[in-house]
Design a protein around this ligand. Sequence first.
Ligand code: R5P
Length: 336
Amino acid sequence: MINEEVYKKLEREINPTHDIKLFAGRSNPKLAQEVAEALGTSIGPMVIKDFADGEIYVQVKDSVRGDDVFIIQPICKPVNQNLMELLIIIDAFKRASAKSITAVIPYYGYARQDRKTSGREAITAKLVADLLTTAGCTRVLAVDLHSGQIQGFFNILVDHIFATSILVNHFKNLNLNPQDLVIVSPDTGGVKRARNFAKDLSCPYAIIDKRRDAHNEAIANSVIGDVKDKTCIMCDDIIDTAGSITEAAKLLKQEGAKDIYVCAVHPIFSGPAIQRLTDAPIKEVVVTNTIPLNAESLPEKVKQLSVAPLLAQAISRIHDDESISSLFGFEKEMKV
Ligand code: R5P
């Protein structure tokens, strides 16, 4: 979790005069703009166009010879197109003689296939790491990777930062009574995240035993922990079809939970997600803007918080060779 005081102090200390070369692909231009504003700079000029058959064309419009460049591009929907676009952008910078190329990837797509769970499967998280490296990327700045081990799939530098801190701060500001509160992990994979959340909000945590019998189909079996008459905050890294979180919310209600809040860093919101979130017994859904959302299509209960100050801070610190880990209480992350 981020060290809030250090973060606030550092936010004021970004040096607006330093010459950060910031560029962006087309997957989240609004976030890129916010990051540029937080850094007191602008997005560098680049032409990105599609050929009639869908091939992508990229040209960097200014010289970047010998420069340290940062490219903002989450690998979100359309995933394959945005990934390919990032690879082509990196290739263009490599061939333009940039000294270093940092891919700023607020959402690392293909991360969920990070191991073989049965025979003859691919490990796409590793494949994407290899593709980025082959294209010429020299460093990756990623936000809340699906699993921390993905860092080890790279032989180039990886800075892994956590937007969960922004979600924790949101709930701190709601002043919910800790006596009445329980953090819920929607599956066993998210226990560490829930434990850290619970520690920051000084309350206990519970776990949903989730099962998947088919792709994109989540079944909430049972709750481990006491949720009766409690306000529940469910936290996850990703909401995709919202099956996991809404099935869990229904189960929590059956078990006697009071208000149910939901938060996640990456709002993929595929297919039925918005309808499911609308219909589910959930009071509020808090997500970040690592992935862009169409505000008009969102129900009122969905709130999107910006990771731009966090990314700007990390970019500034990488550029100035300063510590990033000091922004976070890593000792807490390591106490597994
Ligand atoms: C799974 O391990 C992830 O942390 C999320 O729980 C999952 O990706 C959510 O998917 P969906 O919203 O489709 O249930």
